[in-house]
Design a protein around this ligand. Structure first.
Ligand code: SAH
Length: 358
Protein backbone atom coordinates (compact mmCIF):
# COMPACT_ATOMS: atom_id res chain seq x y z
CA UNK A 1 0.00 0.00 0.00
CA UNK A 2 1.27 3.51 -0.81
CA UNK A 3 1.91 6.10 1.91
CA UNK A 4 -1.06 8.17 0.69
CA UNK A 5 -3.24 5.04 0.72
CA UNK A 6 -2.32 4.58 4.40
CA UNK A 7 -2.85 8.26 5.19
CA UNK A 8 -6.34 8.31 3.62
CA UNK A 9 -7.36 5.19 5.56
CA UNK A 10 -6.05 6.64 8.85
CA UNK A 11 -7.86 9.90 8.21
CA UNK A 12 -11.16 8.10 7.57
CA UNK A 13 -10.64 5.84 10.61
CA UNK A 14 -10.20 8.92 12.82
CA UNK A 15 -12.58 11.47 11.25
CA UNK A 16 -15.12 9.25 9.51
CA UNK A 17 -15.94 9.18 5.77
CA UNK A 18 -14.63 12.12 3.69
CA UNK A 19 -16.25 13.87 0.73
CA UNK A 20 -15.32 12.89 -2.84
CA UNK A 21 -13.95 16.43 -3.17
CA UNK A 22 -11.56 15.98 -0.25
CA UNK A 23 -10.53 12.55 -1.51
CA UNK A 24 -9.81 13.93 -4.99
CA UNK A 25 -7.96 16.86 -3.53
CA UNK A 26 -5.66 14.65 -1.41
CA UNK A 27 -5.01 12.29 -4.33
CA UNK A 28 -4.40 15.01 -6.93
CA UNK A 29 -1.97 16.96 -4.79
CA UNK A 30 0.13 13.84 -4.23
CA UNK A 31 -0.20 12.71 -7.83
CA UNK A 32 0.96 15.95 -9.46
CA UNK A 33 3.64 16.65 -6.83
CA UNK A 34 5.42 13.36 -7.42
CA UNK A 35 5.66 12.87 -11.20
CA UNK A 36 5.42 14.12 -14.77
CA UNK A 37 2.21 12.34 -15.77
CA UNK A 38 2.18 13.36 -19.43
CA UNK A 39 3.05 11.63 -22.68
CA UNK A 40 3.37 8.09 -23.99
CA UNK A 41 5.34 6.88 -20.93
CA UNK A 42 2.95 8.57 -18.47
CA UNK A 43 -0.77 8.32 -17.78
CA UNK A 44 -2.35 10.67 -20.34
CA UNK A 45 -1.52 12.83 -23.36
CA UNK A 46 -2.80 16.36 -24.00
CA UNK A 47 -3.28 18.39 -27.19
CA UNK A 48 -0.04 20.43 -26.92
CA UNK A 49 1.88 17.16 -26.52
CA UNK A 50 0.25 15.80 -29.69
CA UNK A 51 1.29 18.64 -31.97
CA UNK A 52 2.98 22.04 -32.03
CA UNK A 53 0.08 23.23 -34.23
CA UNK A 54 -2.18 23.45 -31.18
CA UNK A 55 -0.05 25.97 -29.29
CA UNK A 56 0.85 27.91 -32.42
CA UNK A 57 -2.80 28.55 -33.28
CA UNK A 58 -3.49 29.64 -29.70
CA UNK A 59 -0.55 32.04 -30.06
CA UNK A 60 -2.22 33.60 -33.11
CA UNK A 61 -5.52 33.76 -31.21
CA UNK A 62 -3.81 35.67 -28.40
CA UNK A 63 -2.16 38.13 -30.81
CA UNK A 64 -5.52 39.01 -32.31
CA UNK A 65 -7.24 39.38 -28.94
CA UNK A 66 -4.36 41.54 -27.63
CA UNK A 67 -4.83 43.76 -30.68
CA UNK A 68 -8.57 43.95 -29.95
CA UNK A 69 -7.74 45.06 -26.39
CA UNK A 70 -5.76 48.03 -27.78
CA UNK A 71 -2.32 46.37 -27.34
CA UNK A 72 -1.88 47.00 -23.58
CA UNK A 73 1.72 47.07 -22.35
CA UNK A 74 2.38 45.39 -20.00
CA UNK A 75 -0.07 42.49 -20.34
CA UNK A 76 0.03 39.47 -18.03
CA UNK A 77 0.17 36.26 -20.05
CA UNK A 78 -0.99 33.59 -17.63
CA UNK A 79 -1.29 29.83 -17.99
CA UNK A 80 -3.10 27.68 -15.43
CA UNK A 81 -1.62 24.18 -15.04
CA UNK A 82 1.03 24.37 -17.80
CA UNK A 83 2.10 20.69 -17.67
CA UNK A 84 5.46 20.43 -19.45
CA UNK A 85 5.34 24.05 -20.65
CA UNK A 86 4.86 22.92 -24.25
CA UNK A 87 1.74 25.02 -24.96
CA UNK A 88 3.42 28.18 -23.64
CA UNK A 89 6.62 27.50 -25.64
CA UNK A 90 4.68 26.90 -28.87
CA UNK A 91 2.43 29.94 -28.46
CA UNK A 92 5.39 32.22 -27.67
CA UNK A 93 7.15 30.99 -30.83
CA UNK A 94 4.09 31.85 -32.95
CA UNK A 95 3.80 35.22 -31.18
CA UNK A 96 7.21 36.26 -32.55
CA UNK A 97 5.18 37.45 -35.56
CA UNK A 98 4.35 40.52 -33.47
CA UNK A 99 7.52 41.54 -31.60
CA UNK A 100 5.65 44.26 -29.65
CA UNK A 101 3.53 41.55 -28.06
CA UNK A 102 6.60 39.76 -26.73
CA UNK A 103 7.91 43.04 -25.32
CA UNK A 104 4.57 43.64 -23.55
CA UNK A 105 3.95 40.07 -22.31
CA UNK A 106 4.86 39.10 -18.76
CA UNK A 107 4.66 35.34 -18.43
CA UNK A 108 3.08 33.86 -15.29
CA UNK A 109 2.65 30.13 -14.74
CA UNK A 110 0.23 28.92 -12.07
CA UNK A 111 1.50 25.49 -11.08
CA UNK A 112 1.36 23.49 -7.85
CA UNK A 113 3.72 20.69 -8.84
CA UNK A 114 7.45 21.20 -8.13
CA UNK A 115 8.27 18.37 -10.57
CA UNK A 116 6.36 20.04 -13.40
CA UNK A 117 7.72 23.51 -12.54
CA UNK A 118 11.22 22.15 -13.22
CA UNK A 119 10.07 20.68 -16.46
CA UNK A 120 8.44 24.00 -17.50
CA UNK A 121 11.62 25.88 -16.67
CA UNK A 122 13.64 23.60 -18.96
CA UNK A 123 11.09 23.87 -21.81
CA UNK A 124 10.88 27.67 -21.60
CA UNK A 125 14.59 28.40 -21.11
CA UNK A 126 15.06 29.02 -24.83
CA UNK A 127 12.10 31.44 -25.08
CA UNK A 128 14.31 34.22 -23.72
CA UNK A 129 11.44 35.65 -21.66
CA UNK A 130 11.45 35.86 -17.87
CA UNK A 131 8.86 33.54 -16.29
CA UNK A 132 7.25 33.85 -12.87
CA UNK A 133 5.66 30.91 -11.07
CA UNK A 134 2.73 31.11 -8.66
CA UNK A 135 0.87 28.64 -6.47
CA UNK A 136 -2.50 30.26 -7.20
CA UNK A 137 -4.11 32.70 -9.63
CA UNK A 138 -4.65 35.06 -6.67
CA UNK A 139 -0.88 35.61 -6.53
CA UNK A 140 -0.66 36.95 -10.11
CA UNK A 141 -0.37 40.78 -10.02
CA UNK A 142 -3.28 43.00 -11.17
CA UNK A 143 -3.41 44.37 -14.71
CA UNK A 144 -4.64 43.51 -18.23
CA UNK A 145 -4.72 39.76 -18.62
CA UNK A 146 -4.56 37.06 -21.27
CA UNK A 147 -5.02 33.61 -19.77
CA UNK A 148 -5.06 30.07 -21.15
CA UNK A 149 -6.04 26.85 -19.42
CA UNK A 150 -5.85 23.56 -21.31
CA UNK A 151 -6.94 20.45 -19.40
CA UNK A 152 -6.69 22.38 -16.13
CA UNK A 153 -10.29 22.54 -14.87
CA UNK A 154 -10.82 18.77 -15.31
CA UNK A 155 -7.95 18.25 -12.85
CA UNK A 156 -9.74 20.07 -10.02
CA UNK A 157 -11.79 18.24 -7.37
CA UNK A 158 -15.60 18.16 -7.49
CA UNK A 159 -18.28 17.42 -4.91
CA UNK A 160 -20.79 14.77 -5.93
CA UNK A 161 -24.42 14.50 -4.80
CA UNK A 162 -26.74 11.57 -5.46
CA UNK A 163 -30.52 11.82 -5.72
CA UNK A 164 -32.23 9.66 -3.10
CA UNK A 165 -35.73 9.43 -1.67
CA UNK A 166 -34.48 11.68 1.15
CA UNK A 167 -33.25 14.35 -1.33
CA UNK A 168 -29.69 15.09 -2.53
CA UNK A 169 -27.09 13.29 -0.41
CA UNK A 170 -23.36 13.94 -0.72
CA UNK A 171 -21.22 11.07 -1.95
CA UNK A 172 -18.47 10.09 0.49
CA UNK A 173 -15.44 7.84 0.59
CA UNK A 174 -15.37 5.52 3.58
CA UNK A 175 -13.81 2.28 4.77
CA UNK A 176 -15.09 -1.28 4.82
CA UNK A 177 -12.45 -3.22 6.70
CA UNK A 178 -9.31 -2.08 4.94
CA UNK A 179 -11.04 -1.33 1.62
CA UNK A 180 -12.00 2.16 0.45
CA UNK A 181 -15.63 2.31 -0.67
CA UNK A 182 -18.11 4.92 -1.83
CA UNK A 183 -21.01 5.78 0.47
CA UNK A 184 -23.56 8.51 1.11
CA UNK A 185 -24.03 11.08 3.83
CA UNK A 186 -27.26 10.01 5.53
CA UNK A 187 -28.83 13.47 5.73
CA UNK A 188 -29.88 15.37 2.59
CA UNK A 189 -28.42 18.77 1.68
CA UNK A 190 -30.95 21.63 1.55
CA UNK A 191 -29.99 24.11 -1.17
CA UNK A 192 -29.86 21.79 -4.21
CA UNK A 193 -33.63 21.54 -4.66
CA UNK A 194 -35.74 18.42 -4.96
CA UNK A 195 -34.28 15.70 -7.22
CA UNK A 196 -36.51 14.41 -9.99
CA UNK A 197 -35.00 11.02 -10.66
CA UNK A 198 -33.59 8.75 -7.96
CA UNK A 199 -29.99 7.80 -8.74
CA UNK A 200 -29.07 10.99 -10.63
CA UNK A 201 -25.57 12.27 -9.85
CA UNK A 202 -24.92 16.00 -9.64
CA UNK A 203 -21.35 17.30 -9.68
CA UNK A 204 -20.40 20.56 -8.03
CA UNK A 205 -16.99 22.00 -8.99
CA UNK A 206 -16.54 24.44 -6.08
CA UNK A 207 -12.85 25.16 -6.71
CA UNK A 208 -13.38 25.72 -10.47
CA UNK A 209 -16.17 28.19 -9.70
CA UNK A 210 -13.98 30.05 -7.17
CA UNK A 211 -11.22 30.33 -9.77
CA UNK A 212 -13.59 31.52 -12.53
CA UNK A 213 -15.06 34.10 -10.14
CA UNK A 214 -11.63 35.45 -9.20
CA UNK A 215 -10.60 35.46 -12.87
CA UNK A 216 -13.81 37.19 -13.92
CA UNK A 217 -13.46 39.94 -11.33
CA UNK A 218 -9.97 40.64 -12.66
CA UNK A 219 -11.07 40.64 -16.31
CA UNK A 220 -14.01 42.96 -15.59
CA UNK A 221 -11.74 45.36 -13.69
CA UNK A 222 -8.45 45.18 -15.64
CA UNK A 223 -9.69 44.01 -19.13
CA UNK A 224 -8.61 40.89 -20.97
CA UNK A 225 -9.61 37.40 -22.01
CA UNK A 226 -9.35 33.82 -20.81
CA UNK A 227 -9.40 30.77 -23.10
CA UNK A 228 -10.53 27.52 -21.50
CA UNK A 229 -10.12 24.21 -23.34
CA UNK A 230 -11.14 20.95 -21.77
CA UNK A 231 -13.28 17.88 -22.12
CA UNK A 232 -16.75 18.42 -20.93
CA UNK A 233 -20.34 19.32 -21.68
CA UNK A 234 -22.82 22.18 -21.70
CA UNK A 235 -24.95 21.54 -18.61
CA UNK A 236 -27.04 21.29 -16.64
CA UNK A 237 -26.66 17.53 -16.85
CA UNK A 238 -26.52 14.62 -14.45
CA UNK A 239 -23.92 11.87 -14.35
CA UNK A 240 -20.89 10.53 -12.55
CA UNK A 241 -17.88 11.67 -14.61
CA UNK A 242 -15.20 10.93 -12.01
CA UNK A 243 -12.56 8.85 -13.72
CA UNK A 244 -9.09 7.56 -12.99
CA UNK A 245 -6.49 6.93 -15.66
CA UNK A 246 -3.22 5.08 -15.29
CA UNK A 247 -0.91 4.33 -18.20
CA UNK A 248 -3.66 5.50 -20.59
CA UNK A 249 -6.13 2.91 -19.18
CA UNK A 250 -9.17 3.53 -16.93
CA UNK A 251 -8.75 2.18 -13.39
CA UNK A 252 -10.88 2.18 -10.21
CA UNK A 253 -10.58 5.70 -8.65
CA UNK A 254 -10.38 4.18 -5.15
CA UNK A 255 -7.56 1.78 -6.07
CA UNK A 256 -4.10 3.15 -5.25
CA UNK A 257 -4.99 6.70 -4.12
CA UNK A 258 -2.66 9.32 -5.60
CA UNK A 259 -1.16 6.98 -8.19
CA UNK A 260 -3.68 7.55 -11.02
CA UNK A 261 -4.86 10.72 -12.73
CA UNK A 262 -8.29 11.66 -11.33
CA UNK A 263 -10.54 13.91 -13.40
CA UNK A 264 -14.14 15.05 -13.79
CA UNK A 265 -15.72 16.45 -16.94
CA UNK A 266 -16.08 20.23 -17.07
CA UNK A 267 -19.55 21.80 -17.14
CA UNK A 268 -18.91 24.76 -19.45
CA UNK A 269 -22.35 26.19 -18.81
CA UNK A 270 -21.56 26.59 -15.13
CA UNK A 271 -18.27 28.33 -15.93
CA UNK A 272 -19.95 30.62 -18.48
CA UNK A 273 -22.70 31.47 -16.00
CA UNK A 274 -20.21 32.32 -13.27
CA UNK A 275 -18.38 34.64 -15.70
CA UNK A 276 -21.59 36.27 -16.97
CA UNK A 277 -22.68 36.92 -13.41
CA UNK A 278 -19.53 39.04 -12.97
CA UNK A 279 -20.39 41.12 -16.04
CA UNK A 280 -18.27 39.33 -18.64
CA UNK A 281 -18.99 37.96 -22.09
CA UNK A 282 -18.80 34.18 -22.53
CA UNK A 283 -17.96 33.35 -26.18
CA UNK A 284 -18.81 29.85 -27.33
CA UNK A 285 -18.36 27.12 -26.47
CA UNK A 286 -17.28 25.61 -29.76
CA UNK A 287 -16.04 22.08 -30.24
CA UNK A 288 -12.24 21.84 -30.39
CA UNK A 289 -12.72 20.70 -33.99
CA UNK A 290 -14.64 23.80 -35.07
CA UNK A 291 -12.29 26.09 -33.15
CA UNK A 292 -9.09 24.68 -34.66
CA UNK A 293 -10.56 24.51 -38.18
CA UNK A 294 -11.71 28.14 -37.91
CA UNK A 295 -8.21 29.17 -36.82
CA UNK A 296 -6.73 27.46 -39.88
CA UNK A 297 -5.22 24.21 -38.59
CA UNK A 298 -5.53 22.56 -42.01
CA UNK A 299 -3.50 25.28 -43.73
CA UNK A 300 -0.91 25.10 -40.93
CA UNK A 301 -0.65 21.30 -41.39
CA UNK A 302 -0.22 21.72 -45.14
CA UNK A 303 2.59 24.23 -44.71
CA UNK A 304 4.38 22.06 -42.12
CA UNK A 305 4.10 19.04 -44.43
CA UNK A 306 5.79 20.91 -47.27
CA UNK A 307 9.00 21.01 -45.24
CA UNK A 308 8.64 17.49 -43.79
CA UNK A 309 9.99 14.03 -44.60
CA UNK A 310 7.31 11.47 -45.59
CA UNK A 311 7.39 9.99 -42.07
CA UNK A 312 7.01 13.44 -40.48
CA UNK A 313 4.20 14.28 -42.91
CA UNK A 314 2.34 11.15 -41.80
CA UNK A 315 2.78 12.21 -38.15
CA UNK A 316 1.39 15.68 -38.92
CA UNK A 317 -1.62 14.12 -40.67
CA UNK A 318 -2.21 11.77 -37.71
CA UNK A 319 -1.93 14.66 -35.21
CA UNK A 320 -4.38 16.76 -37.23
CA UNK A 321 -6.86 13.86 -37.20
CA UNK A 322 -6.43 13.23 -33.48
CA UNK A 323 -6.97 16.89 -32.59
CA UNK A 324 -10.01 17.41 -34.79
CA UNK A 325 -11.80 14.09 -35.45
CA UNK A 326 -15.22 13.50 -33.93
CA UNK A 327 -16.16 10.39 -31.97
CA UNK A 328 -14.02 8.04 -29.90
CA UNK A 329 -10.90 8.31 -32.05
CA UNK A 330 -10.40 12.06 -31.85
CA UNK A 331 -10.60 14.97 -29.44
CA UNK A 332 -12.71 16.98 -31.90
CA UNK A 333 -16.10 16.99 -30.24
CA UNK A 334 -15.45 15.79 -26.68
CA UNK A 335 -13.17 18.78 -26.14
CA UNK A 336 -14.75 22.23 -26.02
CA UNK A 337 -13.41 25.76 -26.12
CA UNK A 338 -14.86 28.72 -24.20
CA UNK A 339 -13.52 32.26 -23.94
CA UNK A 340 -14.53 34.76 -21.30
CA UNK A 341 -13.68 38.41 -21.88
CA UNK A 342 -14.45 41.90 -20.60
CA UNK A 343 -17.30 43.56 -22.45
CA UNK A 344 -15.01 45.60 -24.71
CA UNK A 345 -14.37 42.44 -26.75
CA UNK A 346 -17.53 41.76 -28.75
CA UNK A 347 -16.00 38.90 -30.75
CA UNK A 348 -12.94 36.64 -30.57
CA UNK A 349 -11.46 34.46 -33.32
CA UNK A 350 -12.84 30.96 -33.83
CA UNK A 351 -15.77 31.18 -31.40
CA UNK A 352 -19.47 32.02 -31.74
CA UNK A 353 -20.57 35.34 -30.21
CA UNK A 354 -21.57 35.60 -26.52
CA UNK A 355 -24.56 33.39 -25.77
CA UNK A 356 -25.62 33.94 -22.17
CA UNK A 357 -27.19 37.18 -21.04
CA UNK A 358 -25.80 38.39 -17.71
N1 SAH B 1 -2.03 22.16 -19.60
C1 SAH B 1 -1.11 21.07 -19.71
C2 SAH B 1 -1.17 20.07 -18.53
C3 SAH B 1 -2.50 19.55 -18.11
S1 SAH B 1 -2.35 18.49 -16.69
C4 SAH B 1 -1.27 20.37 -21.03
O1 SAH B 1 -2.23 20.66 -21.72
O2 SAH B 1 -0.43 19.55 -21.38
C5 SAH B 1 -2.89 19.53 -15.38
C6 SAH B 1 -1.90 20.58 -14.95
O3 SAH B 1 -2.48 21.35 -13.89
C7 SAH B 1 -0.58 20.08 -14.40
O4 SAH B 1 0.44 20.98 -14.75
C8 SAH B 1 -0.84 20.11 -12.89
O5 SAH B 1 0.34 20.07 -12.12
C9 SAH B 1 -1.61 21.38 -12.75
N2 SAH B 1 -2.47 21.49 -11.57
C10 SAH B 1 -3.31 20.55 -11.08
N3 SAH B 1 -4.01 21.04 -10.04
C11 SAH B 1 -3.61 22.32 -9.87
C12 SAH B 1 -3.98 23.38 -8.98
N4 SAH B 1 -4.90 23.19 -8.03
N5 SAH B 1 -3.38 24.58 -9.13
C13 SAH B 1 -2.45 24.78 -10.09
N6 SAH B 1 -2.07 23.82 -10.97
C14 SAH B 1 -2.64 22.61 -10.86
Amino acid sequence: MTSLGRHVRELIAIEGPITVERYMSLCLRHYYATRDPLGAGGDFTTAPEISQMFGELIGLWLLEVWSGMGRPNPVHLVELGPGRGTLMADLLRAARLVPDFLTAAQVHLVEVSPALRQRQQATLASSGLPVQWHERLEDVPDGPLLLVANEFFDALPVRQFIATERGWCERLVGLEGDRLIFGLRPEAEGPLGKPLRIGDVLEWPSLSIDIIQDLSRRLARDTGAALVIDYGYWGPAFGDTLQALKKHTPVDPLEEPGEADLTAHVDFHRLAQAASAQGLYAHGPASQRDFLLALGIEARATSLKMRATPAQAADIEAALARLTERGDKGMGDLFKVLAVTHKGLQAVPGLPPPSIAS
